[in-house]
Design a protein around this ligand. Structure first.
Ligand code: ZN
Ligand code: ZN
Ligand code: FE
Length: 758
C-alpha cells in the first residue's frame, strides 16, 4: 500500500551532506518526494510502499553521514501526492541563492557499470551520473550547467545526449556526462612528454608494478603514486620529493585490504567509506607488509579509498595499496594545471597518467582523525568544500581571509558560512595567488559580494596585507585566539558568553607577545584573556619552531636558572660553551627571543627534553611523536604545576614544577613513554583546574576546546574527560578543523556580528 510520510530530523544535519544522503536513500528504496533544510534541521516527504518506507526510516539512523548527529527524528502520515521523482529543494529563506556540491566518489550504480563488461562504459575512467562525480572542481560559473564547467568543450554523442535529456534516466542533466566516444580521454606520457604506446591504463598499472613513480591526475590536482609494498620505490619517492619523515597517505582498493595493514574502528570505517573519500588516520598493524618508509616513526597510517573511476581502475585487483601523496614541491600548493604539473613534477615522476578534462579548482585531500567516536578534521578540502555550514543567526556578508598557516577563506551569506578548501601555508606568493583565486571563484559561483573583510591582527601575514591593500573593503582585524573561540562556538550554534581553552602554536597577541596557551572568556562581540600558560622566551623566534631543543632550553632556564646549562642531558651536552653562553644571553635579555605562552611550543620543549625530537622536518612533528610514544606509556600520577594570579588579575598556569620533575625522573632513568604520558595528563589537569578557577570568577559552565594542539587526541580526551567529570559542558570541533584551517569561520562570525560601517 502506498503511503506518504513527512519527517522532521533534528541535530547536526546541515553542512554534513545530509540532503544528498537522503536523496540516495530515497532512490535506493524507490521513493518519491523531496528534502530540504529548515531552521535547525531537515524536513522531508517520502512516498512509496509501506515496507520500503519502514526500511528508509531505519536506514536514516543506521547509515547517516558520519559527520551527522541525529538528536530527533519524528514522522507523521500525510495524504499521498502525484509525481515519482525525489528532489532536493533549496533551503527556505535561502532566496534561491546557489549552493555548490562538493566532489564525490563514484556512486554504486556507476561503479557496477564500470566493472561490467557488457556495459558501454566498461572501464571508462570518467563515468559519472547525477548522483556522483566531480562538481566544485569543474565548475567555472553559475548556474551549474554544462557550458559553465570544464566539460564545455565536449559535445555529447547521441546516446549520451539521450540519457541527458531523459527525465527518467540517472544521467538526466548530469553535467559531466560522457563516454568513450564523446568524453575526456586518458593519456600516459613519460617525463619528457612522450606518449607511451599501448593502453594508458594497462601500461600505468604495469609501470607502477615495476616500481615506477607516476603522477596521476585526480579530482583537485595531481598525486604522486608508487606501489606501497615496494620499499625501494617508496624510498626513491622520498628522496626525489626531499621529504624525509612526513608520512605518505595510502590508497587501498577496498576496506578488506585496509584491514590487512591497519586497524580501523567502526567510525573510521564509516568515514573511509563515505562518498567524500577523506584520508583517515588509522592505527597501523605491526605485521603489515607495506614499506616501512611509508610512515616512519608514526603509529598511524593515513588511508583512503579510491575517489575517482580512474583510481578504482588503477587499484582494483592490482595493488594492496598505493602511496598517494600530493603532487607538489614542499610548501607549494598541489599542482592542478597540466602544464604546471609537468613542469613542477617532471623531476619527481617517471610518468604522467593524465587526461584532457581540466580542473578548475585546486583541491587537496581532506584529512580526518577520530576523537571519542567523533570525526575531527585535520584538513578540510576535497569532498567537503564548499558545503554551507549553518550559523546560529544571520550575519552580514563578510570575506574572512584566515591566518598564515593552513590557510582557508570564508564567505558568509545570511545564516550560512562557506569555508573554502584548505589552501596551504601562506608563506609564498604562489599560495597567496591560490588564496586570491579561491576567493574570486567562490564569490562568483556562490554569488556573494562581501561588505567587509576580516583578517588576523598579525600585520605581516600575507593574507592580512592582501586584505588591507588589495580588496578595497573596510577591514576588521580579529585576534587569532578570539577567532578560534568564535569558530568553535559557531559550529556548535552557541550564543552568549563561554570560556575557551585555546591551545595553539602561534598567534599574534594584542600585547605584542606571542600567544598560544590561552584561556579566554567571551563571545562573538568581545573577549578577555582570563588566563594563559606561563610565558617563556622563544629563543631565535622561528628557529625555535624548527629546533624544539631551543624551547627545552628556554623552559629549563626558567626552571633551574643558569644551572640548566649544566644538566647532563644529551642535547645540552652537545652545545659548545660559546653556544651555551649565547643561548643564556638570548633568553635572559630577550634578544631575538619574544615571549610566548604557546602550548604547541611547550609540547615541543618536552619532546626535546625527553630525547624524542630535537629538530623537526615538518611543523608539529615533535608534538605528534611525543603523543605517539605517550600512547604506549603507563599511567602514573600527574606532575606538579602552579596556578597564580599576575598583576592584571590574569591566571597563569606554570609548568616549571613539571619540568623539574620530568628532568629528574628522566635522568633517573624513567622511560620517555611514561613521562610523555604523565606530561599529557599534567597539561589536562592544569587546564581543568584553571577552568575551575574561571568558573568561580564568572559562573560560566560552557567550555569550548579549540586550537591546533587539540589535534592531539590524548590531550583532547584528557581535558574533555576531566571537564565533563566536573560538570562542565564541553564543546569541540566536528565540522571544521581545530587548527588554523578553521580560523576564517571564526573571523567571519566576529566581523559579521560587528557594527563597523561598510
Ligand atoms: Zn553515479
Ligand atoms: Zn557519449
Ligand atoms: Fe591558531
Amino acid at each position: 500500500m502506498t503511503k506518504r510520510l513527512r519527517c522532521n530530523i533534528r541535530g547536526i544535519v546541515q553542512g554534513v551532506g545530509f540532503r544528498p544522503f537522503i536523496h540516495r536513500l530515497a532512490r535506493r528504496f524507490k521513493l518519491s518526494g523531496w528534502v530540504r533544510n529548515d531552521s535547525g534541521g531537515v524536513i522531508l516527504e517520502v512516498q512509496g510502499e509501506d515496507g520500503a518506507l519502514h526500511l528508509f526510516i531505519t536506514a536514516i539512523r543506521g547509515e547517516a553521514p558520519p559527520l551527522a548527529v541525529i538528536t530527533g527524528l519524528t514522522h507523521e502520515e500525510i495524504p499521498p501526492c502525484n509525481g515519482d521523482e525525489f528532489r532536493i529543494l533549496t533551503s527556505k529563506g535561502g532566496g534561491g541563492a546557489p549552493e555548490i556540491s562538493p566532489d564525490w566518489d563514484v556512486c554504486p550504480d556507476c561503479l557496477r557499470e564500470l566493472f561490467d563488461p557488457a556495459d558501454r562504459r566498461y572501464r571508462y575512467p570518467f563515468i559519472t551520473c547525477t548522483n556522483c562525480g566531480p562538481r566544485y572542481s569543474i565548475i567555472t560559473g553559475t548556474p551549474y550547467d554544462r557550458h559553465l564547467t570544464t566539460m564545455a568543450p565536449y559535445i555529447m554523442c547521441p546516446t549520451c545526449q539521450g540519457e541527458y535529456d531523459d527525465p527518467a534516466n540517472r544521467r538526466f542533466h548530469a553535467q559531466p556526462n560522457g563516454c568513450t566516444l564523446c568524453g575526456p580521454t586518458l593519456t600516459l606520457t613519460d617525463a619528457s612528454g612522450e606518449q607511451v604506446a599501448g593502453d594508458p591504463l594497462a601500461q600505468a598499472i604495469r609501470l607502477l608494478a615495476a616500481g615506477k613513480i607516476l603522477a596521476v591526475k585526480g579530482t583537485g590536482g595531481y598525486h604522486l603514486a608508487v606501489d606501497a609494498a615496494n620499499d625501494d620505490a617508496v624510498r626513491e619517492l622520498r628522496k626525489r620529493k626531499r621529504r624525509d619523515e612526513k608520512p605518505f597517505a595510502l590508497m587501498a582498493p577496498e576496506l578488506t585490504e585496509i584491514r590487512k595493514f591497519a586497524l580501523p574502528d567502526i567510525m573510521e570505517e564509516r568515514l573511509i567509506s563515505s562518498p567524500e573519500r577523506p584520508i583517515v588516520l588509522v592505527r597501523r598493524r605491526n605485521d603489515h607488509n607495506l614499506s616501512p618508509a611509508v610512515a616512519p616513526a608514526n603509529g598511524y597510517f593515513g588511508v583512503m579509498l579510491p575517489g575517482t573511476p580512474l583510481q578504482h581502475l588503477l587499484l582494483r585487483g592490482n595493488f594492496p595499496a598505493l602511496v598517494m601523496t600530493s603532487g607538489n614541491l614542499s610548501d607549494e600548493p598541489i599542482a592542478f594545471r597540466d602544464e604546471e604539473a609537468r613542469q613542477v613534477l617532471s623531476a619527481t615522476a617517471d610518468f604522467f597518467l593524465a587526461h584532457d578534462r581540466s580542473i578548475q579548482t585546486r583541491l587537496d585531500d581532506s584529512v580526518i582523525r577520530v576523537f571519542q567516536g567523533n570525526p575531527l578534521f585535520l584538513r578540510r578540502a576535497r569532498g567537503y568544500a564548499p558545503r554551507a555550514l549553518p550559523l546560529p543567526a544571520g550575519v552580514r556578508s563578510v570575506l574572512a581571509v584566515g591566518g598564515e598557516l593552513k590557510g582557508s577563506i570564508c564567505l558568509t551569506r545570511g545564516n550560512q558560512a562557506f569555508l573554502s578548501q584548505h589552501i596551504g601555508d601562506l608563506k609564498n606568493p604562489e599560495t597567496l595567488a591560490s588564496l586570491e583565486q579561491t576567493t574570486e571563484q567562490l564569490k562568483r559561483i556562490l554569488e556573494i559580494e562581501p561588505e567587509l573583510v576580516a583578517h588576523d591582527l598579525h600585520p605581516d601575514y600575507l593574507p592580512t596585507r592582501w586584505a588591507r591593500e588589495s580588496t578595497g573593503l573596510p577591514t576588521v582585524g580579529v585576534q587569532h585566539h578570539h577567532a578560534h573561540l568564535a569558530s568553535c562556538m559557531a559550529e556548535n550554534g552557541l550564543e552568549g558568553e563561554v570560556m575557551g581553552i585555546i591551545f595553539d602554536g602561534t598567534g599574534f597577541g594584542p600585547d605584542g607577545t606571542i600567544w598560544g596557551g590561552e584561556f579566554l572568556v567571551g563571545g562573538y562581540e568581545r573577549f578577555r584573556r582570563a588566563g594563559h600558560i606561563r610565558q617563556v622566551p622563544l629563543p631565535g623566534g622561528d628557529a625555535a619552531v624548527r629546533e624544539p631543543y631551543r624551547m627545552a632550553l628556554s623552559w629549563l632556564r626558567a626552571t633551574f636558572g643558569p644551572a640548566a646549562f649544566h644538566l647532563p642531558l644529551p642535547f645540552i651536552e652537545a652545545l659548545s660553551p660559546e653556544e651555551k653562553k649565547l643561548f643564556d644571553r638570548m633568553i635572559c635579555r630577550g634578544i631575538n627571543s619574544p615571549l610566548t605562552s604557546s602550548c604547541g611550543r611547550l609540547f615541543d620543549g618536552v619532546a626535546a627534553l625527553l630525547g624524542v625530537r630535537t629538530a623537526v622536518s615538518y611543523e608539529g612533528q615533535a608534538a605528534i611523536e611525543l603523543e605517539g610514544i605517550a600512547e604506549g606509556g603507563n599511567k602514573r600520577p600527574p606532575l606538579s604545576f602552579q596556578i597564580a594570579r599576575d598583576a592584571n588579575d590574569t591566571l597563569v598556569l606554570d609548568f616549571t614544577p613539571a619540568f623539574r620533575e620530568l628532568t629528574e625522573a628522566f635522568l633517573a632513568g624513567d622511560t620517555p613513554a611514561d613521562l610523555a604520558r604523565a606530561f599529557h595528563d599534567t597539561v589536562a589537569h592544569g587546564a581543568a583546574e584553571l577552568c575551575g578557577a574561571i568558573r568561580q570568577d564568572t559562573g560560566l559552565r560552557r567550555v569550548i576546546l579549540s586550537g591546533g594542539v587539540f589535534q592531539n587526541k590524548l590531550l583532547a580526551e584528557g581535558v574533555h574527560d576531566l571537564l565533563s567529570a566536573q560538570d562542565f559542558n564541553v564543546f569541540t570541533h566536528r565540522l571544521v578543523p581545530p587548527n588554523d584551517g578553521g580560523l576564517a569561520l571564526g573571523q567571519a562570525l566576529i566581523a559579521g556580528r560587528s557594527n563597523i560601517c561598510a
